[in-house]
Design a protein around this ligand. Structure first.
Ligand code: G4P
Length: 542
């Protein structure tokens, strides 16, 4: 009896801990203010003490990591990182994503590991092409999205115009939650429409002081006293918006159909706390995840999860390889033994790490929603499932058909082995797609041009091999699946000039132009040509 009670209490604890988790990604076009917002959120969480720490950390990383030079030179963030902090009885896991479109595959993988996303939009620039792409990716998974329209301390577009643009271009209903008072030099702060109040504080203050003034009601005369110039326009806009826009609806938000919109200025800390509150109050706790046969509930006792990202050589001083692992159920404990389902064998997870804002620390425990880093020597790949026994397979991390290609060879022919090793590891990491043609040529495929640059840089820095890229006329590639073995043999013999294999040994059709692909599809109606495939998936015969 006593043992049953202990067990029941442990299960209750797990459910309670899971309910306190919030795991989300920040997405934006480069320069919209993602890093600044991240930093302000971490300041609230007390995870960092000083504004500028995230940028400093980025700079420190540049100093220690050679290949991130490219990040620095171009002022972009190539890799994505994970930060955990506690705020108001919650444990928040924040996943940063590379803003640059050349790395959208990486962003997609990160989005498979979160339960919500914050989309940052630069109010001056409005919705940019990359934001449209990112939102499409969120929509594939119905990820609930919170929108933060940034930089109201500049002369930007009016909030009504921005809302219209978001609705029209991103095709998502907007429910404004806060509204800016003034703009540019006369930006006074944001009024919370739902709570019908303004919490006043000075620009740049890290948080509202305990005795910060609270002004309730849009018609409050105190607003006229304080901001006589800005208030008439503000009232007009609020009247309009209250009539014209739909109120915030939690269910629509959770279904990914409506986005609550917050206005503000990340750098001045205006409107940031409202975003954090929304994350805690409205964003969902860890959700169930489909794993082949069934959905795994986050509060189930057995430990399960999947790898969504591999990062090799994060610290060039110690050649390491870390798998970023999203816990989907149960509880991680140091030294625990789990089943590695793709390899069909047991694996011990020694010292997993959690990624705090400023440092990596050894993880004592982790539950659903948490992201742990597992050191490994290549056993773990993107998409791998680990479980405490049950045969599960978390799916959904795709590769996209590459659209850019180069042939690659080592500058020094004696370094062919190093090149292959480097490409194998970088391919597994998802940094690039590596294809081997029927003629034995190695071809790199990418979604964005910058991927090639990064790979070249990393091959030189981490594997000590100079790669030479040569142009190759290719339009696109498609993964193939066949109804049977005979069809496979016939197809691959006849189309041998267009055949290649990917890192997992999947057959790939390489098209020199669009017509080439269309023709092959017409000629072989029983063969399937796939523009995406999931990690680890072997397609060859359906
Ligand atoms: P990202 O991660 O999305 O690429 O953007 P990041 O936060 O690095 O911000 C891009 C630029 O926009 C930075 O300026 C940053 O200071 C500025 N910024 C962010 N939030 C605001 C805001 O609320 N108002 C205004 N006016 N600017 C903002 P930078 O000059 O590129 O960098 P830095 O010199 O500030 O480091």
């Amino acid at each position: 009896m006593a043992a049953t009670n202990v067990k029941a209490a442990a299960n209750r604890d797990l459910a309670r801990e899971v309910a306190q988790r919030r795991t989300f990604a920040i997405i934006s076009h480069p320069d919209a203010g993602k890093t600044t917002l991240t930093e302000k959120l971490l300041l609230y969480g007390g995870a960092i003490q000083l504004a500028g720490a995230v940028k400093a950390r980025r700079a420190a990383r540049h100093a220690t990591s050679d290949w991130m030079e490219i990040e620095k030179q171009r002022g972009i963030s190539v890799t994505s990182s994970v930060m955990q902090f506690d705020y108001d009885d919650h444990t928040v896991n924040l996943l940063d994503t590379p803003g640059h479109q050349d790395f959208s595959e990486d962003t997609y993988r990160v989005l498979t590991a979160v339960d919500a996303a914050v989309m940052v939009i630069d109010a001056a620039k409005g919705v940019e092409a990359q934001t449209i792409k990112l939102l499409e990716v969120c929509r594939l998974r119905n990820t609930p999205i919170i929108t933060f329209v940034n930089k109201y301390d500049r002369e930007v577009r009016g909030p009504l115009e921005t809302l219209e643009e978001i609705e029209a271009t991103l095709k998502i209903d907007c429910a404004p939650v806060t509204w800016p008072i003034g703009m540019g030099k006369t930006f006074r702060g944001v009024y919370n429409l739902l709570e019908d109040r303004l919490l006043r504080f000075q620009p740049g203050q890290e948080r509202a002081a305990v005795d910060a003034e609270l002004i309730e009601g849009v018609d409050n005369p105190r607003l006229d006293d304080l901001f006589p110039q800005e208030i008439p326009t503000f009232r007009e806009e609020v009247d309009l918006i209250r009539e014209a826009s739909a109120p915030f609806d939690l269910e629509l938000f959770l279904a990914g159909l409506q986005t609550p919109v917050f206005f503000g200025s990340a750098i001045n800390n205006f409107g940031v706390q409202d975003v954090l509150r929304a994350l805690l109050d409205w964003a969902p706790p860890p959700q169930e995840r489909y794993a082949g046969e069934r959905a795994v509930q986050p509060a189930e006792k057995p430990f399960t999860g999947f790898v969504f990202k591999i990062q090799a050589n994060m610290d060039p001083k110690h050649r390491d390889r870390v798998a970023f692992f999203r816990v989907c159920s149960g509880r991680y404990q140091p030294g625990m033994k789990v089943q590695h389902l793709r390899l069909g064998r047991e694996m011990r997870i020694g010292n997993a790490i959690i990624f705090m804002a400023n440092e990596r620390v050894t993880s004592e425990e982790a539950v659903a929603g948490d992201i742990i880093g597992i050191h490994n020597h290549g056993q773990l790949q993107i998409g791998d499932t680990l479980s405490e026994g049950e045969d599960l397979d978390f799916r959904g991390i795709p590769y996209f058909a590459p659209e850019l290609f180069v042939a690659v060879r080592p500058k020094d022919p004696f370094k062919a082995k190093q090149l292959q090793k480097g490409l194998k590891e970088l391919g597994e990491e998802g940094a690039i797609q590596v294809l081997t043609t029927e003629m034995g040529r190695t071809v790199l495929g990418a979604v964005g041009q910058l991927q090639f640059e990064i790979v070249k840089h990393r091959l030189a820095g981490e594997y000590h091999v100079d790669a030479v890229y040569e142009p190759i006329t290719l339009h696109t590639a498609r993964w193939l699946s066949y109804p049977d073995k005979i069809m496979r043999e016939t197809f691959e013999k006849r189309e041998s000039g267009s055949m290649a294999t990917d890192v997992d040994g999947n057959p790939v059709f390489m098209a020199t132009n669009r017509y080439n692909l269309e023709l092959a599809e017409e000629r072989w109606p029983d063969v399937r040509f796939h523009a995406t495939r999931e990690h680890g998936e072997i397609l060859a015969t359906d």
